[in-house]
Design a protein around this ligand. Sequence first.
Ligand SMILES: C[S@@+](CC[C@H](N)C(=O)[O-])C[C@H]1O[C@@H](n2cnc3c(N)ncnc32)[C@H](O)[C@@H]1O
Length: 270
Amino acid sequence: MARKPKQTLAETTDKHLLYQASVQSPEFELDFIDTTFKLLRNRRAHSMREDFCGTALASCDWVRRHRDNTAVGVDLDAEVLEWGDLNNAARLSAGQRKRLALREEDVMSCGETGFDVIQAFNFSYWVFQSRKELLRYFKGVHRSLADDGVLFLDAFGGYAAHKTSIEKRKLDGFRYEWEQASYNPVTGEMQCYIHFAFPDRSRMDKAFSYCWRLYGAQEVRDILSDAGFSSTQMYLQCFDAETDEPTDDYECTDECEDHACWLGYIVAMK
Ligand SMILES: C[S@@+](CC[C@H](N)C(=O)[O-])C[C@H]1O[C@@H](n2cnc3c(N)ncnc32)[C@H](O)[C@@H]1O
C-alpha cells in the first residue's frame, strides 16, 4: 500500500495564527490608545471600533481589559471574521463576549455613532487609492466618533519605503517575509505580500496580499483636517542613540530625521 505523503508545515499551519504572531501587538497598541486618550481627553476611553479588524484580536483584548469596555470589529471578509469569532472571541468569558460585536461590513458605511476611539492599524486605510475615497472614509469616522472621540492610525515612510524590497524576520517556528513587490512612484500604488517560510523548507507564498497607496504622513493629516478633525498629532518611534536601532518608545513630535524607514502613529481628535 502506498504511504500517505507527509504533509508539510505550510500545509498544516494556520495562516491567521502566523499573522497574529508576526504582525500584531494588541497589548502594546491598546496601552498606547489608553494612555494617549487619557492624556488628551482627561478620561478613560471605553467604546472602541476596530476598523479593518481581521481576526478582531485587538477588539477581544479591549473587552478583556476593563469591564466597562465595549468593542465593535468591522471587516468586509466573512472568512476572517468567522476565524476571529471561533478562535479569539471564543476565548472570552460570556460577559466579555456580550460586550463585543463583529460586523461584516464596509468601513465606509458604518452608521453607529458615539465611539470614544476608532482605530485602523496596520496601514489598512491605505487601501483607499484616491484622496476622495480616503476623505469619505475619514468623514464617516468623524461622524461615528463621540464629541471628544479620537481616531488612531499608523503610518510608515522614509526613503526605503519608496522602492521594492523584501524584509525577513525569524520568529518562533517560522520566518516572516514582508515583500513590497511593486511600487509606482507616480501614483504611490504598491503591491505588498506576506509570505511565511518553515524549517522543513515548505513555504506559504502570498499568504496575505495588499494593494495600497503609500500616503505621506502630512498628506494624511491634511485630509483628516479636511474631514473635520480639529487637530492631529504624530507619535514617532524613537531610535537608540548608540545603536541607531528603533526602540519601543514613541515620542509626540513632528521632528523626524531622514531615516531610511520610520514608523509612527497619527492621532486625530474630533
Ligand atoms: C491588513 S488587514 C488588517 C488586520 C488588522 N486590523 C491588523 O491590525 O493587523 C486588512 C483587513 O482589512 C479588510 N478590509 C479591506 N477593505 C475593507 C473595507 N472597505 N471595509 C472593511 N474591511 C476591509 C480586509 O478584509 C482585511 O481583513
